[in-house]
Design a protein around this ligand. Structure first.
Ligand code: APR
Length: 329
């Protein structure tokens, strides 16, 4: 009883002291802040954008609903004033251009690399120890850029793509099986690109039952294909890239870090030998806690999955090499 009380108090103290900054108050940034209000795990959120007024307006709009969200989290909107982000525990980088219908994420590298480089440098001036969650696309090279450009310890920078792609994989599996998403476990590894991601159908399960025993080969192939173009499908419908699932995916990761939940989350980590790769930021399952991504989980992939991962790693590395060719890192 007493222990339960102390534990609850400890969690409360953690929540009171936690600060998250979100850079970019566009579709993804604002949705991420809203998702964090629902998850209710931090005391202060700073929302920053380069455009005058947008973050102040969105912060105030959400604060005016705070009582109904059931949270006392304080949201502060600022225009480009990084001093307000000082001492953040987590910084989420959404600032960047989204893709338009027909575009790949990789095509955004030119414009977004400059934004991510300048934004992370500014953030680190005031929060040198913050765990950085990268969302801006192309997400894997942007994670690599944030790490290398700022000379950070590898665990401090983590990319969000795998959590989002796994969430979309869950959705398509639930549709195919006609079961609730909460009863499904699955993950996507590899690059966060339409052609590079690897939805691991062999590891997907409905209440512990492999989905490969419940769906035909054709149905499994369709779920995998739908997952891989999950983002592009939405871009076509919306005219720009999606925001609710990306925002919630980053919020879930921030919560795992702040609350030290140590959840296993597929996310973009810097590999040094894991999965046979070196000097590469790419999606793998990892334990996410107060140290950022703390440990990569090495799955026993079969030969086909290994070949897919190697091809994904080669393609992801080729995109990251563009940064080197253009002297951006
Ligand atoms: N500093 C701060 N904010 C910036 C900067 C900068 N240097 N450059 C751009 N921004 C802001 C824009 O002013 C805009 O409000 O980033 C925001 C981006 O918002 P949207 O255009 O709505 O884009 P969004 O859909 O949120 O996507 C952001 O996430 O999923 C990825 O591919 C997507 O790279 C894109 C990013």
């Amino acid at each position: 009883m007493v222990l339960t009380f102390i534990f609850a108090e400890a969690k409360l103290i953690k929540k009171i002291m936690a600060k998250v900054s979100v850079i970019g108050a566009g579709n993804v940034g604002a949705s991420c802040v809203e998702a964090m209000l629902h998850l209710n795990f931090c005391s202060e959120i700073v929302l920053l954008d380069i455009k005058e007024g947008i973050s102040e307006g969105k912060a105030m709009d959400m604060m005016q609903a705070a009582k109904q969200y059931g949270t006392n989290t304080k949201i502060i909107g600022v225009t480009n004033d990084y001093s307000k982000t000082a001492d953040s525990d987590v910084v989420i980088v959404t600032s960047g251009v989204p893709r338009k219908p027909g575009m790949t994420r990789e095509e955004l590298i030119g414009v977004n690399s400059k934004i991510v480089a300048s934004v992370t440098e500014s953030v680190l001036k005031y929060s040198p120890k913050a765990i950085i969650i990268v969302i801006a696309n192309p997400m894997d090279p942007m994670t690599y850029l944030a790490l290398k450009k700022n000379n950070l310890p590898k665990h401090q920078v983590v990319g969000m793509g795998g959590q989002l792609d796994s969430s979309r994989f869950t959705y398509y599996l639930s549709q195919a099986l006609n079961v609730p998403v909460s009863d499904i476990e699955c993950m996507v590894i590899g690059g966060h690109g339409d052609k590079t991601m690897i939805p691991l159908i062999r590891f997907a399960a409905y209440k512990g039952i492999p989905v490969t025993k419940l769906l035909s080969k054709e149905e499994c192939d369709k779920v995998v294909a739908d997952t891989m173009v999950g983002g592009a499908t939405l871009t076509k419908l919306l005219g720009t890239s999606a925001w609710y699932a990306p925002g919630m995916s980053a919020a879930t990761m921030a919560k795992s870090i702040i609350m030290d939940e140590k959840k296993m989350i597929p996310c973009c980590c810097y590999l040094e030998g894991e999965y046979g790769e070196n000097d590469l930021s790419i999606g793998v399952p990892a334990i996410v806690g107060k140290g950022g991504w703390e440990r990569v989980i090495e799955l026993e992939l079969n030969d086909e999955e290994k070949a897919l991962f190697k091809a994904s790693a080669d393609a992801t590395r080729a995109t990251a090499n563009v940064l080197k060719e253009q002297n951006l890192i």
